[in-house]
Design a protein around this ligand. Structure first.
Ligand code: SF4
Length: 872
């Protein structure tokens, strides 16, 4: 229960924080996050890498959760269970009974999890000695035999056309749900308030649980009155003794009780690809989701062996309890699933309602369809989005659909074959919807072909890319399609799951015609892409665009929603509080203007942490002139100017002479890096760099990154007094493979150099549309900018550029003892509008170097001071 009459005060300290005392910036961050959650706010926090961001986010949010539970418990106890006329002793007795009931519930729950922990320990012992039994492989149905009934759509999706009220339909759905129980169905299990902790990748999420185990939340053992977490928060440090795992506390009557480390009920959500333990399904080529769905729907002999028999919940419940008994990462979940011989993918979904902390990748949190499938209801919950500098690009990519003319023609072919084959066996409703789908696909293919034909006939006069609004595109589809309600077809596709049946029929029929099973196996059905596109088109209004591009002989069609906030608004409006956190969120105004313009000012806060490093450990230099006095501005034309590039080479050569360890140098694009490399190679400058530092270049193929990084790291750490070559220099590209997520700590980056401002290509039709849209949105919202000032589009354009710069410079200085120089080469960095977009912890201490001598002097002094720390 949420009893907001009782406002939780922001704690004065956080005893669960493992390091005592926390740095002041950690305290500030934790207080800010706690307050934001309590006040139901959306907050954007910037906390540089190395400042204990994850630990602080977990500690503050979970401290709030402890207090929230306490508040909810008090709320439950204060609910009047008797009439106000009851004598006070009767009311006191009723309260006592209620209290004991709630304690008994807690005890029962704890005992259940304790039992699951014991079982888990038992499995661990067994695992050490066990010879893993070979899995029983479910044999496939008889190959070549096609049971045509299996391809017919279910008829239960027809009730959309009925005359039942929504209430009756909901009741029918509930009865129906109980009859054919989904393995992950959460039934009516009680749910609790929880923290959803999302990050972009699995590897980022894998760093959360180790931090969680460092926290020193107390678990209150049964059997005595003990101080609650909030009381403990106000106790002295000696009383709290956060360093001990167990401690005895005395209550007011002198009774004793044991306080132990608290285990948070945690669930790590992952994909089938990560969690599936059915080796047979995993070894099949193709889409594992599709394969699993086939096995889920399968009859007795084809149903996945890791799904408990229908009607027998015990194995799934055992797995759920084991998942909740102690925090587990994805690998641990798979082990638990194997121990109980039950699917961990569905088991983890089953554990969601009772979990207190859920870690999950962005896509599961941000897409409504994924949340609905998982049974995630964000109402009144706390959402933390880590590495949130990735949020806007992720939202844009999640709200885009890409398909080619070949996807289109395969879909059209599959639906027509299916329609021809089953037309006489389909109900009128199914036939009607499929006919409409056919009309849509047919018209769409015609538009794509016409577009390509016109492009070819006009040759170079016509652009290779064309952007269309959704109404323009629908109009081009012709009168037959204009009248169709696309949302209705999309909803039909979803309800009837017919796309899967059509695709499966097409694959099975094509396999039946061949002597051997096709290696394509179960690929992602092309109709699913069409379904996603229809959903986009139907809900897009003026925010959607279709971009037609010629790729060889084919047409590529991309649907893009221009407004990233549309997808996120649902999360913000349901959740109690949303925390966007990142090491580098600057420019924060970019996040606000793209995601939160609709929020009332009192619901949105921002917070930018300082860094825990001393100010003397970083120097930020803006270089405006080269050694010959040449003005440095790397606009597009200058990036291939031999004189400018030669000057740049001289600068780098000088840097190689003074910077110890590794230097990472970021170029604005691959083209500019390649031009410079070629020019320096011809002039001999590249050889000169190599005399001092081993030279590495960012590979264009992802497969080469790991090896280059390994070799660079070894070279960067190499200091040989007898050899002139010390350390290494790595040439990379802003926004490419090495500018995000990588850790260039200590000697790996004693200097990070950014050359020029990496503005995106303004000629991109997609970017032009986004910029136009930004201006239109601002005009519509009535915001007035100063006359002659820049417009919303320019602001967005600059923000995109500086976000990329900030990510690049964030590769260095990764912990408290780290130190490095950050050198930004381009006069435009000194412009207040650009400089103001640097991270706040750097912004106030920037040196503008108007001569090359000045920059060398700063570098010399800085490294001379640090030299005593370097062991050569
Ligand atoms: S039910 Fe689970 S174990 Fe079985 S195929 Fe699906 S994901 Fe794999």
């Amino acid at each position: 229960m949420d009893n907001d009459d009782l406002v939780l005060p922001t704690p004065v300290n956080f005893p669960a924080f493992p390091y005592d005392p926390p740095y002041w910036i950690q305290m500030d961050l934790m207080s800010h996050v706690y307050t934001s959650i309590e006040k139901r706010q959306v907050t954007i926090v910037e906390s540089p890498t190395g400042t204990g961001k994850t630990l602080s986010l977990l500690c503050s949010s979970l401290s709030w959760l402890v207090d929230e539970k306490d508040r909810a418990r008090k709320g439950q106890l204060s609910q009047p269970s008797l009439s106000s006329t009851a004598p006070s002793w009767v009311a006191a007795q009723a309260l006592d009974i209620r209290k004991r009931e709630l304690e008994a519930e807690d005890k029962e729950y704890e005992e259940r999890l304790a039992k699951a922990r014991k079982t888990e320990a038992h499995f661990r012992i067994l695992a050490r000695a066990r010879v893993t039994k070979k899995q029983r492989v479910t044999v496939d149905p008889v190959q070549g035999h096609v049971d045509e009934d299996a391809y017919l759509p279910d008829d239960d999706c027809e009730n959309n056309q009925d005359n039942f009220s929504p209430a009756v339909r909901a009741l029918m759905a509930k009865v129906d749900k109980n009859n054919k129980r989904d393995p992950a169905s959460q039934g009516d299990e009680p749910s609790c308030t929880k923290i959803y902790y999302a990050s972009r990748t699995h590897s980022q999420l894998s760093q959360v649980l180790p931090e969680l185990t460092k926290l020193k939340f107390k678990h209150l053992a049964l059997g005595g009155a003990v101080p609650d977490e909030s009381t403990m928060r106000n106790m002295s440090r000696v009383d709290r003794d956060p360093c001990q795992k167990k401690r005895t506390f005395g209550d007011v009557d002198g009774d004793k009780c044991e306080v132990d480390q608290r285990q948070w009920r945690t669930v790590s959500l992952g994909s089938r690809k990560q969690l599936c333990i059915n080796e047979d399904a995993r070894s099949r080529p193709g889409d594992i989701d599709e394969k699993c769905r086939e096995l889920l729907e399968g009859k007795k002999n084809t149903r996945c062996q890791y799904l408990p028999p229908v009607g027998d919940e015990s194995r799934m419940l055992d797995l759920r309890d084991q998942i909740l008994a102690s925090p587990k990462d994805i690998e641990d979940l798979a082990t638990s699933g194997k121990n109980i011989q039950t699917c961990p993918y569905y088991g983890s979904r089953r554990a969601i309602p009772q979990a207190e902390l859920i870690t999950l990748p962005y896509n599961l949190l941000l897409q409504k369809t994924a949340r609905d499938t998982l049974g995630i209801d964000l109402t009144n919950q706390v959402v933390i989005i880590d590495e949130a500098h990735n949020l806007i690009p992720t939202l844009l990519s999640l709200s885009s659909v890409r398909l080619t003319s070949s996807t289109l023609s395969t879909s059209l072919k599959q639906v027509s074959v299916y329609y021809q084959k089953f037309r006489n066996r389909l109900s009128a409703m199914h036939a009607l919807h499929l006919k409409r789908l056919l009309n849509f696909l047919d018209a769409f293919q015609r538009v794509a072909m016409d577009w390509m034909a016109q492009k070819l006939s006009a040759k170079s006069k016509r652009q290779d890319t064309e952007v269309m609004t959704v109404p323009d595109f629908i109009h081009k589809l012709g009168r037959k399609v204009e009248g169709i309600n696309l949302l209705e077809i999309e909803s039909y596709l979803k309800r009837s799951k017919i796309a899967r049946k059509i695709s499966r029929y097409a694959v099975d029929v094509s396999e039946g015609e061949k002597p051997e099973r096709q290696s394509s196996g179960v690929a992602t059905p092309p109709l699913h892409t069409i379904e996603a596109l229809m959903l986009g088109l139907a809900g897009a209004s003026e925010d959607g665009r279709l971009i037609f591009s010629a790729v060889g002989d084919a047409v590529e069609i991309k649907y893009q929603l221009l407004n990233p906030s549309a997808l996120f608004r649902d999360v913000v409006e349901s959740a109690r509080s949303v925390v966007l956190a990142g090491g580098t969120m600057s420019p924060i105004s970019a996040v606000v203007s793209e995601l939160f313009t609709y929020l009332p000012p009192n619901r949105l806060t921002t917070f930018s942490c300082g860094h825990i490093i001393p100010a003397s450990s970083v120097q930020t230099l803006l270089l405006t002139k080269g050694p010959s006095g040449l003005d440095l501005e790397f606009k597009f034309a200058q990036q291939s100017n031999p004189q400018v590039v030669s000057e740049l080479g001289q600068i780098i050569l000088n840097f190689c002479n003074v910077v110890p360890g590794g230097i990472v140098i970021f170029f604005p694009s691959y083209a500019s890096l390649n031009f410079a490399r070629e020019a320096w190679s011809q002039s001999g400058l590249l050889d000169k760099f190599n005399v001092k530092k081993k030279v590495f270049l960012e590979p264009q193929e992802s497969s080469g990154v790991e090896m280059i990084l390994r070799e660079y790291a070894t070279a960067a750490k190499t200091h040989m007094p007898l050899d002139k070559k010390t350390g290494a220099v790595l040439f990379a590209v802003v926004g490419a493979k090495l500018s995000e997520g990588l850790n260039f700590s200590d000697d790996l980056a004693r200097a990070v150099v950014v050359i020029g401002l990496p503005f995106a290509n303004k000629n991109s039709p997609e970017l032009q549309e986004r910029m136009r849209y930004a201006n239109q949105t601002e005009v519509r919202s009535g915001i007035r900018r100063p006359v002659g000032g820049k417009d919303a589009a320019t602001e967005m354009y600059e923000n995109m550029c500086m976000s990329a710069v900030n990510q690049s410079i964030g590769r260095a200085i990764r912990h408290r003892g780290d130190w490095a120089s950050l050198v930004l080469i381009d006069r435009r960095f000194t412009l207040p509008a650009i400089r103001g977009k640097l991270p706040q912890w750097l912004r106030d201490d920037v040196a503008v170097c108007e001569t090359f001598g000045q920059v060398m002097k700063h570098l010399g002094n800085f490294y001379r001071e640090k030299r005593q720390r370097i062991v050569y």
